[in-house]
Design a protein. Structure first.
Length: 149
């Protein structure tokens, strides 16, 4: 039950934030928050960082996302390692949130934009943060296991 509540919390935070961006920030508008961070409104029709945008149809991206999520869920169910399970769980939360967004809109809304002068990181959203944190947790876990060997 605890994980269901956490799952719903993560997914709802992502979807609610995208709802507010969609309704209150104009497409391609940039709102300066700090000298290195803006809030924006971008439609990502591709995969991570907009790769393959316009090349792969939204339905195919949804099916790929679902397939990957089923595989990650399989890994989660079969893992006995606490840190690995949490990492996989957080990845699942992010993946589902982005799949829901893409299913509703045909694209994913990205809005967090970091930059320094002419250097920038492509815009992303909370679901992307969840996926990244989950991957980092799994990598840290793997490194810890290697160092114990």
């Amino acid at each position: 039950m605890q994980k269901i509540i956490i799952f719903l919390f993560f997914v709802l935070i992502d979807l609610i934030s995208k709802y507010f961006i969609f309704n209150y920030v104009d497409l391609y508008q940039f709102i300066k928050i700090t000298s290195f961070f803006d809030v924006t409104h971008i439609h990502n029709f591709g995969v991570s960082f907009g790769l393959f945008s316009g090349i792969i149809p939204p339905l195919v991206l949804i099916l790929i996302g679902l397939t990957v999520t089923v595989f990650v869920t399989y890994l989660y169910v079969n893992s006995n390692d606490i840190l690995e399970r949490w990492g996989l769980f957080i990845i699942i939360c992010g993946a589902i949130a982005n799949i829901i967004d893409r299913s509703i809109n045909g694209y994913v809304i990205d809005f967090l934009y970091f930059h320094i002068n002419q250097l920038y990181w492509p815009a992303f959203n909370f679901a992307d943060i969840y996926i990244s944190i989950g991957i980092i947790m799994i990598i840290v876990n793997m490194v810890q296991k290697i160092n114990k060997s």
